[in-house]
Design a protein around this ligand. Structure first.
Ligand code: ATP
Ligand code: MG
Length: 257
């Protein structure tokens, strides 16, 4: 079972857009997918369900990733089938998750052990969405994955961000997982690409500094992608012939999951 985390230490780089569209694309290809929302913003929960999970109130603890990580609920109790899509299960999130982050700093393998308990009920692929920053939530997500996809947008500073993430992946392997060979850096995905020279320059620099790691598929800046996610729909439903849809289909082929 592949467990893939999509990450970058900064926000707005297309992580959620990529996770949501890949999940729907994989389900359309007959794969069983689980999406884990490790972001207190809960954007992928919103994208797939059309709403965020209910918040904790006095006397009411909803089954979300927050209560799962704290051990109040089991994976079976929190995992839900996404009604609109066949074969997608979701571990939903809400802003409660932010409060767990500090507690997880002493438990970097908490999510990993929870996902290990899936055993026989395993999906084909688990996609983990993360928020901004390399906080304990992001470290937990990386330690639970066997592959990391680093998301980048055009710009000179992106190369530094990739190097920082590489260091973190190495640290997770050596310190958190005691010299495991995983997670591996599966690749670098460039999103929000346009026709300006900055995009071409970024591609050239990434290929030079990180040979073999940049996916051939580049996700273009495409209004249909933005429209679809704003309507809590996948690009394949809203604009299946758009450049965005074609790019994500190409990425699905390239990932070969
Ligand atoms: N390829 C694209 N073309 C056009 N707009 C895009 C594209 N990818 C993402 N967007 C838009 O950019 C914004 C940020 O995208 P997204 O939410 O996927 O990023 P993120 O990395 O998950 O952000 P965060 O760190 O806040 O979770 C959203 O409004 C989204 O609709
Ligand atoms: Mg996001």
């Amino acid at each position: 079972m592949k467990k893939i985390v999509f990450t970058n230490d900064k926000g707005g780089v297309g992580k959620t857009t990529t996770v949501a569209n890949l999940a729907v694309g994989l389900s359309q290809r007959g794969k069983k997918v689980m999406v884990v929302d490790m972001d207190p913003q809960a954007d992928v929960t919103y994208a797939l369900l059309g709403q965020r999970a209910p918040e904790t109130r006095r006397g009411y603890l909803p089954p979300t990733i927050h209560s799962l990580l704290l051990g109040h609920y089991s994976l079976d109790q929190v995992m839900l089938e996404v009604p609109r899509y066949k074969n997608i299960t979701l571990i939903p999130s809400n802003s409660d998750l932010a409060a767990v982050s500090m507690k997880l700093s002493s438990q970097p393998t908490r999510l990993r052990s929870i996902l290990d308990s899936l055993h026989g009920k395993s999906p084909d692929v688990i996609l983990i969405d993360t928020g901004k920053g390399l906080d304990p939530l992001a470290i937990n997500a990386m330690a639970a994955a066997n592959e990391v996809i680093v998301m980048v947008t055009p710009g000179r500073l992106e190369l530094d961000a990739i190097s920082r993430l590489q260091e973190h992946i190495t640290l997770v392997r050596s310190e958190v997982l005691q010299h495991d060979s995983e997670p591996a850096m599966r690749g670098i995905l460039l999103t929000l690409a346009d026709h300006h020279s900055v995009t071409k320059d970024t591609i050239k620099r990434i290929r030079k500094k990180f040979p073999g790691l940049l996916f051939n598929t580049v996700i273009p800046k495409n209004n249909d992608l933005q429209k679809a996610i704003a309507r809590s729909k996948s690009i394949f439903e809203v604009a299946p012939k758009s450049k965005g849809a074609i790019a994500y289909q190409q990425l699905l082929d390239e990932l070969n999951l």
